[in-house]
Design a protein around this ligand. Structure first.
Ligand code: SAM
Length: 555
């Protein structure tokens, strides 16, 4: 999707996904016009294809066009940099959703149908570092009953507010009926004014008073209820920099309060009660940096099904620091809330911490044995099917294809390549690498002792190298998760290097089972040089004569 705005001398182009061939043609035609400068802004775009990279290269380096590139996704920024382009990264995270560190009071406003949600909050959280104030429309005479009910669910102290009562951390406070609840200098103040919005206590009056006093130290939770009390003061919350979470409409039988609140569109989040509880839990927690990282990894596993728990080491800590600096996030606690509650930030986090290190002809000793296996066992086969699993940006896959070509076997071969990271799969399809990759490849080939003229396989320019079409045509890249997804073909050889090293035993069991199911009888499984086969598979895979990381399927 491409939009542009131009004047007689400059052109600003905004690019969002999906980027179609028509967008590419349009971009090309914009570069052919006589502007003095072009500004390209990539929105929620994580990768670009080789056509765009080549077009930018030709225009910037070939035609000396004055083109500035702005990216909003760190991953794309890094990719451009690797390929020799100068870019500017601007985070899309709104500064005002960031700072939850300061919040010290949570004010829940609700009416009909809000009690079960409030009970859920109270029974799930032990309030320590923040206080909870509940302003509900409750029938006169029934309020003291609610107090008794709540006490059954919590060890926290619960009080009905009285005039002049000091507000303290770790306590739960209820607004009494027939008075409006306000705050003055950190003390409750009960007012006898007339009903407002037909209510007393009025949620609007409390929102106004608490937000004016606490400003960015206040989080309001808008719960279910009929009518619209509270809604007319939501804009004021925004002006005061107070935070607002709205209970998701589908969990309310009395919907009008939350529906009207969400229409104003100034909320930070609309969440289920389960997520509201997680959010308040984060606010209420005080952990060390390591404690927060451990909490985050556990929650990421639960919410997004990605298990990074074993990545937990110095490298992960360093990557998290880089992620926070890039996204301008001030504290680990903020980072945890942002990653857990913003899917697109989670994607950035995932891309920052996943380990994609790879190179052309990496682990040359293994490639040397791979060549021997092919020459001895596969030269006379009609077809050869190879799976490069956990292929990262594709260097391993293209190395395999280049070797097959050099041995004269590429025509009858196909190399399937998979990774669970969809952005890295797009990069792999491009087959474009920084120039220094060429030198690394040459070094590794020298170690293997296999003579290949790399110039036959890569097109070179002053910034990057690009794998040729003949090799690309024989490789197929797609997203596949070794833990979640099933077998998709039967292969002669499976190469999965430097992937299972990050998995705990239970996950390794699943992956070896998948490889067993996906390999032909007599086929070869090649793992990384630092990786080992699980004992439980020693009857299925026999260590080959070639090397300790190469196995033959024997049963
Ligand atoms: C360190 S790279 C190894 C790349 C290449 N095999 C090599 O040895 O050079 C590990 C790759 O495994 C991928 N990966 C990690 N967990 C995965 C999973 N569950 N399913 C598929 N790929 C995974 C990562 O995205 C990453 O690209």
């Amino acid at each position: 999707m491409l939009k542009f705005f131009d004047s007689s001398y400059s052109c600003k182009v905004l690019i969002e996904l999906p980027i179609t061939n028509d967008d590419y043609i349009m971009l090309k035609s914009l570069f052919s016009k006589n502007y003095i400068s072009w500004s390209l802004e990539f929105g929620r775009v994580y990768s670009v294809d080789s056509n765009i990279l080549n077009l930018l290269y030709d225009e910037i380096y070939g035609n000396n066009k004055n083109i500035s590139i702005i990216t909003h996704k760190n991953k794309l920024n890094r990719y451009f940099h690797k390929m020799g382009f100068k870019t500017t990264f601007k985070s899309l995270i709104k500064d005002d959703v960031l700072d939850i560190e300061k919040i010290e009071i949570v004010l829940v406003g609700g009416s009909a149908d809000s009690s079960p949600k409030i009970i859920d909050i109270i029974k799930s959280i032990e309030f320590k570092n923040i206080s909870l104030v509940i302003v509900q429309h409750i029938q006169i005479g029934k309020d003291y009953i609610f107090n008794d009910v709540l006490k059954e669910y919590t060890n926290n102290k619960i009080f009905y507010c009285y005039d002049g009562m000091k507000i303290e951390k770790g306590y739960i406070y209820l607004a009494p009926s027939n008075k409006h609840l306000k705050v003055v200098d950190g003390f409750f103040y009960l007012s006898d004014e007339n009903s407002y919005n037909g209510a007393k206590p009025s949620i609007s009056i409390s929102y106004e008073s608490f937000s004016n006093y606490y400003k960015n130290r206040l989080l309001v939770i808008q719960e279910c209820g009929y009518a619209n009390d509270g809604v007319d003061k939501l804009k004021l919350l925004k002006e005061n920099d107070s935070k607002l979470i709205i209970q998701t409409e589908k969990e309310c039988s009395a919907k009008s309060m939350v529906t009207k609140a969400s229409v104003i569109k100034i909320h930070d989040y609309i969440l289920s009660i389960k997520d509201i509880i997680i959010y308040i839990t984060i606010l209420n927690k005080n952990l060390t940096k390591d404690g927060w990282i451990e909490y985050l990894l556990n929650m990421v596993y639960k919410r997004y099904d990605y298990n990074f728990k074993l990545y937990y080491n110095d490298m992960l800590r360093r990557r998290i620091d880089i992620f926070m600096t890039k996204y301008n996030i001030s504290s680990v606690k903020n980072m945890v809330a942002i990653v857990l509650f913003n899917r697109s930030v989670f994607k950035g986090f995932f891309l920052e911490i996943s380990i994609n290190v790879t190179e052309l002809f990496r682990e040359p000793a293994t490639f040397k044995n791979f060549i021997k296996i092919i020459e001895k066992n596969y030269k006379n086969r009609h077809n050869i099917k190879i799976w490069s699993a956990g292929c990262s940006s594709g260097e391993e896959t293209y190395s395999i294809a280049i070797i097959l070509d050099k041995l004269g076997l590429l025509e009858k071969s196909i190399v399937y390549a998979t990774d669970f990271n969809c952005v890295i799969v797009e990069e792999a399809k491009n087959g474009i690498y920084a120039n220094k990759s060429f030198l690394i490849a040459q070094d590794n080939l020298d170690t293997i002792g296999f003579e290949i003229k790399l110039d036959n396989y890569f097109r070179k320019n002053s910034c990057f190298i690009e794998i040729n079409e003949k090799i690309k045509e024989k490789t197929m890249f797609f997203q596949h998760n070794l833990i979640e997804d099933s077998s998709f073909n039967e292969f002669d050889i499976i190469i999965c290097k430097n992937v299972i090293i990050y998995f705990e035993r239970e996950l390794q069991e699943r992956v070896f089972q998948l490889f067993y199911d996906s390999l032909k009888f007599g086929g070869y499984l090649i793992i990384g040089e630092k990786e080992t086969l699980l004992e439980s598979f020693s009857e299925n895979f026999l260590q080959s004569e070639y090397n300790s990381n190469i196995f033959k399927k024997v049963s």
